[in-house]
Design a protein around this ligand. Structure first.
Ligand SMILES: *[C@@H]1O[C@H](CO)[C@@H](O)[C@H](O)[C@H]1NC(C)=O
Ligand SMILES: *[C@@H]1O[C@H](CO)[C@@H](O)[C@H](O)[C@H]1NC(C)=O
Length: 409
């Protein structure tokens, strides 16, 4: 199998996540909940130890975007969407030669309203701990990290149970953040990396989140969120002290499989909760296309899938076709790195992350981190791409937090 480092690749589009929004998304908790804390608590302070603040934040950016040529920026029918995906996946180079001159870029100067959640432990804040900042992937919003299926599926709650504060945002076009109408030139990977970079700067240099400057930040991504986190660690290594990339490898061999089997469909015509999205925003075409890409059969509860599907979030063609353009070697990133990808990840491992000789496909990521203090991989069995919705999620969360504590983050 071929392992192509993402960088230039135009063929390396992809990624995604499935579905849902979180019912107790703003899990404001009262102090007395602490007293009745759940017996299934993970860390010493239990799973009802987080107090959150939800806030829309204005983020001004200037990103270097591709100027797509010969496309309909405001596409509105399924024939067009499927036609572009088909042409692209059957002959990626032909498609990009025709529509994407890699040197034809423009400055995207914009201010977006981005929805954020800052959560801190009600008690037991861990001394000297880093702020854990989390970025979700395609198909989800920030509730990916506060997955409301069961208490212990929430990474936010797991982190707070060990005394960690967390920050998560709804990516552009997801959750309660702004949604551009343009389907190609605006919602691109570069736009989102610029947004996330500004959010991290605010967390580090201002008192915007939690009334204090966060000197140290651990960045965790999932899928497209991992690609963007990786990008920040290469372009602005000073913003992150440690990195955990989940649902991610540098193996792009199944991107075509991903783009074809998701059967991306105009979201407003597909999922009732996305009825107000512009026609340029797309969701997986059916439960089957969602499952093959994001779930490993029999490794999740039906109610967990239903939650993901009923809260699934959308993506544009512009995002899908630029995903492979922001990664790079993080030659100056000196912190610890962990990669966590389910053994059955369809998108990044073609449903098998093991090579057969004991090595795994996550190890290719090491090439992007030549100066990292340490590099670890974790390949949980019986887990597909949308990790958070699987039965192994609580245990995986605990293992990630163990890594964070062990590395002194
Ligand atoms: C779909 O939209 C494209 C432009 O986005 C247009 O050229 C085409 O005629 C439309 N097709 C149908 C079937 O409406
Ligand atoms: C891609 O372009 C080449 C050269 O123009 C052409 O021969 C080939 O048929 C094209 N492939 C597809 C699938 O359109």
């Amino acid at each position: 199998m071929k392992v192509v480092p993402l960088p230039l690749a135009v063929l390396t589009l992809f990624i995604s996540g499935p579905v849902w929004t979180s019912p107790f998304s703003s899990n404001y908790e009262s102090e007395n909940e602490v007293a009745s804390r759940d017996a299934s608590q993970s860390g010493p302070y239990g799973l009802r130890n987080s107090r959150c603040k939800e806030e829309l934040v204005e983020v001004s950016i200037k990103s270097k975007n591709f100027r797509f040529r010969g496309v309909d920026q405001y596409y509105s029918n399924q024939s067009y969407v499927t036609g572009q995906i088909l042409e692209y996946t059957l002959a990626p180079k032909n498609w990009t030669d025709k529509h994407m001159d890699m040197s034809d870029t423009f400055e995207n100067v914009k201010t977006y309203k981005i929805n954020t959640y800052y959560c801190e432990p009600i008690k037991g804040a861990k001394e000297g701990s880093s702020l854990i900042s989390m970025l979700h992937g395609i198909g989800f919003d920030s509730s990916y990290w506060d997955y409301n299926y069961k208490l212990d599926y929430s990474f936010v709650r797991q982190a707070a149970s060990y005394g960690y504060s967390t920050l998560r945002i709804d990516r552009l076009g997801c959750g309660k953040s702004d949604t551009p109408k343009n389907g190609f030139d605006e919602a691109q990977a570069a736009t989102e990396v610029a947004i996330y970079t500004e959010i991290l700067k605010k967390a580090k240099q201002t008192t915007k989140f939690g009334g204090k400057k966060h000197e140290r930040i651990t960045g965790i991504g999932h899928s497209y969120g991992s690609i963007q986190t990786q990008s920040v660690s290469s372009r602005n290594p000073e913003l992150l002290d440690g990195v955990i990339l989940t649902g991610y490898t540098t193996d792009t061999s199944n991107l075509v499989g991903y783009l074809q089997t998701t059967a991306y469909s105009i979201a407003k015509d597909t999922l009732p909760h996305l009825a107000s999205k512009p026609s340029t925003w797309l969701a997986t075409g059916s439960e089957a296309s969602d499952i093959i890409n994001f779930f490993y059969p029999n490794a999740y509860d039906q109610a967990s899938f239903d939650l993901a599907r009923s809260t699934e979030q959308a993506v544009t063609l512009g995002s899908l076709f630029t995903i492979g353009t922001v990664s790079g070697t993080a030659k100056d990133f000196k912190g610890p790195v962990q990669v966590v990808t389910g053994a059955k990840d369809f998108i990044f491992c073609s449903s098998n992350c093991w090579n057969g000789d004991g090595s795994n496909k996550l190890e290719g990521v090491k090439d992007l981190y030549p100066a990292a203090k340490s590099f670890d991989t974790l390949v949980p069995e019986a887990v597909g791409h949308g990790v958070t919705a699987h039965r192994a999620q609580p245990e995986i969360s605990r293992m990630m937090l163990e890594f964070i504590m062990e590395k002194g983050l």
